[in-house]
Design a protein around this ligand. Sequence first.
Ligand code: NAD
Ligand code: UDP
Length: 312
Amino acid sequence: MAGGAGFLGSHLCESLLAADYDVICADDLSTGRIENVKHLLDLPHFTFRRHDIRSPLNVKVDAIFNFASPASPPAYQADPIGTLFTNIVGARNLLELARRRDATIIQASTSEVYGDPLVSPQREDYLGNVNTTGPRACYDEGKRCAETQFFDFHRLYGLKIKVARIFNTYGPRMRPDDGRVVSNFIVQALRNAPITIYGSGLQTRSFCHVDDLVGGFMKLFHSSPDITGPINLGNPAELTVIDLAHRIVRLANSKSPIVHMLAAVDDPKQRRPDISRAAGQLGWRPNIDIDDGLLATIDHFDQVLRHAAANN
Ligand code: NAD
Ligand code: UDP
């Protein structure tokens, strides 16, 4: 599991261990945290290796999950060339490892391959609308190039690949300072601080709870080899950012005012997955209602913030 100490990767490590797999978690801890896997470190079937996937890795594996990449816009834009190379060179190193080991390799791709989409909902055959020269391109183009390499290794060498395009996912273990919208709004609401909407707030996203997403990944992992993807994994329930802000304020019983800031450059105006392929090929659909998922996430962040305050 590359990127296994991150938000999504740590949840997937737990699910793999629960399904009786041995897990090697390789992570450079750049945006992830060892605390995310500290409860796993003493387990006999879990190994942690601090490793940057931009360097080749040699381990004995039957399957590889590539979750290693910064994912939050402020994090990936802080080191754009590093992000690009993690997604291009890092993916290449893991593909070579899969080839040497005859292992299945699963890529955590992203809805960002659709860029600022001109059609909605986005189906997997939509080719996208990415600005190659903008500040999001290091991530979007890195992920697009990773997909290209996956399909070339599959065509050239018969490598067993699976590519999932993940849409916005939230839940426990997002970093409070991660910069993504759900963690920002929840932390702001719990502190009764202003909720910062970038631009009009009329842009939309579709938010999936991490438990639903990880369920989809486990189904993809266990699917037959002819299911290569790309396959969208996300929750089709679409919200404006303003609606999300109001929900979080209400659910957290917060007194936060809502303020509008400058819009982010190249911010996609709409995003909603068409999940017919995941439903048809994997029998997967998300089940967790957005308000239930947000409430549980607010509780989680409340505990994290209280714990941090008590230790300061
Ligand atoms: P995250 O930042 O919490 O996790 C990423 C992990 O990768 C971190 O632990 C980080 O330390 C590690 N990492 C980064 N660069 C690395 C490198 N060069 N070598 C080794 N490890 C490295 O983010 P996340 O939300 O858990 O995202 C995980 C994956 O899922 C990413 O590839 C991301 O692009 C993809 N994804 C996430 C979402 C989402 O909504 N969370 C949406 C689409 C795609
Ligand atoms: N956003 C916002 N306020 C914030 C953080 C994000 O209004 O404090 C907006 C952002 O401009 C985007 C949406 O929320 O329109 C989702 O942003 P995020 O960074 O979570 O993920 P993205 O889908 O853009 O990668």
